[in-house]
Design a protein around this ligand. Sequence first.
Ligand SMILES: Nc1nc2c(ncn2[C@@H]2O[C@H](COP(=O)(O)OP(=O)(O)OP(=O)(O)O)[C@@H](O)[C@H]2O)c(=O)[nH]1
Ligand SMILES: [Mg+2]
Length: 273
Amino acid sequence: MGFFDKIKEGLAKTKKALANTLDAIFIGGELDDDFYEELTDCLILADLGVATATKAVERLRMVAREKRLQTTEEGREQLKQILAEMLDLGDTELQLKTKPSVVLVIGVNGVGKTTTIGKIATRMVKEGKKVLLVAGDTFRAAAADQLEIWAERSGASIVRQHEGADPASVVYDGIQSAKAKDVDVILIDTAGRLHNKQNLMNELNKISRVVNRELPDAAKEVLLVLDGTAKGGIVIAVSDALKVPVKFVGVGEQAEDLMPFVAKDFVDALIED
Ligand SMILES: Nc1nc2c(ncn2[C@@H]2O[C@H](COP(=O)(O)OP(=O)(O)OP(=O)(O)O)[C@@H](O)[C@H]2O)c(=O)[nH]1
Ligand SMILES: [Mg+2]
């Protein structure tokens, strides 16, 4: 199954929700106030959020005026372009040019951090890279066990310590091991945390300092894993709010259920012709 189909499958619920609404409002009719109002409501229902939905529709109004668009069909094509532009916020690929390079994976509890690491590891090992997983979630013993399963599954190696160990010290160990073993990519798992939990945020800073100190010249990426809803519009809302590029979309729990993010394909899957 290709990217397009997978995304489509992942977005099936949104599409179902949109099918009777979005599709219907784009068929026939003119670009009038009623249409724009209805479109705004539909986009909010698709989880774009009020601010982003309003912004997208305002832009559509403006462009439609400029280009003298008449029909809702023309409006649909223009809307897709506007949404794709909103999603275009920079490099969507991981920049991992150095050896080793580092990917730090963060996010709140239970959003899929560890699973995402497993998926990325699988992908990279398949590409022939030497991958090391670092069990920086020392909060629960089960966290490192879970990561270990992903290491076995993907063919990556793993560095872990005992439950309750200092995550920064596990990261330090991981980096030394990576240097010794000529690893290409270090993937660091972390415990779930909220941004307002100061001690946990300090812990993250400490991890970051260790990485910067031990690997000053390494390429580093920080992946924020977000809780998706089945409604794909959330991706547009989040990009618009955070202004950071989306790099992957998780579309399931299996190793291969991770799709590199392509804005145009995503929008095409969201709004079908
Ligand atoms: N449907 C779906 N489920 C996913 C996806 N990614 C992860 N999950 C599931 O979400 C649950 C939590 O995933 P984890 O990877 O353990 O999440 P985490 O962020 O590491 O959790 P903590 O370490 O406890 O903070 C698991 O049951 C996963 O199988 C995805 O892309 N789609
Ligand atoms: Mg985890």
